[in-house]
Design a protein around this ligand. Sequence first.
Ligand SMILES: Nc1nc2c([nH]c(=O)n2[C@H]2C[C@H](O)[C@@H](COP(=O)(O)OP(=O)(O)OP(=O)(O)O)O2)c(=O)[nH]1
Length: 131
Amino acid sequence: MKKTINVVAAVIENENNEILCALRSHDMSIPNKWEFPGGKVEVGESLHDALEREITEELQCKIVAGEVIHEHTHEYESFIVHLTCLHTRIIEGIPHSTEHAKLIWLPKENLNSIIWAPADIPVVKVIMQKA
Ligand SMILES: Nc1nc2c([nH]c(=O)n2[C@H]2C[C@H](O)[C@@H](COP(=O)(O)OP(=O)(O)OP(=O)(O)O)O2)c(=O)[nH]1
């Protein structure tokens, strides 16, 4: 049976209505695809706590996590991901990549100009509808 992992990801918007997009590196799972920064929720952790922890580790800045934008389940070939994306804003620092190949800020209306991890496509559509 395929394993299901619970993942929480940050839709980080700046004052220019741009969204932070992170490129998975060639040595990660789902390589060379764009995603929203975040990661797996640990046992006993709330979504908000998990996201704030992951962003501190991954981007070396502090965010505050807000409402859920979208959540759904996507089945990959070897595992299933339950992805919850939260609206967030940075409260301290500037994002620096510690794990990703690249970070870019993209205007909401251009989010479909890059190749997203398949699980992210529904949330990208939701964000673009609100652009
Ligand atoms: N953080 C994040 N992960 C995503 C997104 N979309 C998506 O399919 N995923 C997948 C990629 C990973 O397999 C998993 C997230 O786990 P992770 O961030 O701990 O991934 P990882 O590469 O560090 O871990 P691993 O797969 O090497 O064990 O969920 C997304 O938008 N953000």
